[in-house]
Write a protein that binds this ligand. Structure first.
Ligand SMILES: [Zn+2]
Ligand SMILES: [Zn+2]
Length: 259
């Protein structure tokens, strides 16, 4: 059976596990290799069975476990070329994995599973989200994930429309951020078009996706300083009222199962 599990999420580290009948994939590898390995084991999966890692962008909350993981596990790591340029040092330093660079809008096939990247807008050299299409028991299915973006790009809208289950960033409550303890320059960065997605923007996008068929949402990459899971969830649930879609919130430390 297909699985879509966020292992942990937020500024201290991000990693998502997706299994289809063809392949077992990780999206991002933040935090530490040990934490990642234990998180996978806690949902009955093993790092040795992973087929590839896809990276969204070079920030350490998405890449800090890579170096140690790749020392023991010869995994292919897929990243857009600008991101690959930033993380190639990790790969050169005794890692046994292979770095595969691609264009930001690339498609990778594993049997009947197709992973498609799409462009996001973030203060990194490049940042992408992913859509995963596959067939299970003769039925076409699709998952999507999008975090670390200042706004919903046209590419994201196009790629995620029609996905059955989607993980979306719901980073901050705008009021909490504006009146919170962060320095002004950081507030401006987060609120900018190359920052992070607010609860409000996330909820509007969730509604749009629900109206085109998405049934399950996971809210991810919540700020520990400028958000509360209950606020993010209430915002999206309110917007999704009447659609029948479900919402859960990814935990910073423990796995959250979407599918
Ligand atoms: Zn980032
Ligand atoms: Zn991040």
């Amino acid at each position: 059976m297909a699985r879509f599990i966020n292992l942990y999420s937020g500024s201290s580290g991000n990693c998502t596990y997706i299994r289809t009948p063809d392949v077992r994939l990780l999206f991002d590898a933040g935090r530490s290799a040990l934490f990642l390995k234990r998180s996978l084991e806690s949902v009955g999966e093993r790092i040795e069975d992973i087929n590839a890692i896809f990276i969204t962008h070079e920030h350490t909350d998405h890449t800090s476990a890579l170096k140690v993981i790749l020392k023991k596990n010869p995994l292919p790591v897929y990243a857009a070329k600008e991101t690959a340029g930033r993380i190639s040092g990790i790969m050169a330093n005794g890692a046994c994995g292979k770095l595969i660079c691609y264009d930001e809008t690339f498609e990778m096939r594993f049997g009947d599973t197709v992973v498609t990247a799409f462009r996001l807008s973030h203060d990194s050299d490049s940042c992408v989200g992913y859509r995963i299409d596959f067939v299970e028991d003769g039925v076409a299915r699709s998952f999507g994930l999008m975090t670390d973006t200042g706004y919903v790009t046209d590419d994201a809208r196009k790629a995620l429309t029609g996905c059955e289950a989607v993980m979306v960033e719901s980073n901050h409550d705008v009021e909490m951020l504006r009146y919170g303890p962060y320095p002004e320059i950081l507030k401006e960065r987060i609120l900018s078009n190359r920052g992070h997605l607010s609860n409000w923007d996330c909820s509007v996008f969730c509604r749009e996706l629900a109206d085109t068929g998405t049934r399950c949402f996971m809210l991810a990459h919540l700020s520990e300083e400028n958000n509360f899971p209950s606020i993010a969830r209430t915002q999206s649930e309110g917007m999704l009222e009447g659609t029948g879609a479900t919402v859960c919130v990814a935990c910073p430390d423990t796995p959250t199962v979407l599918i």
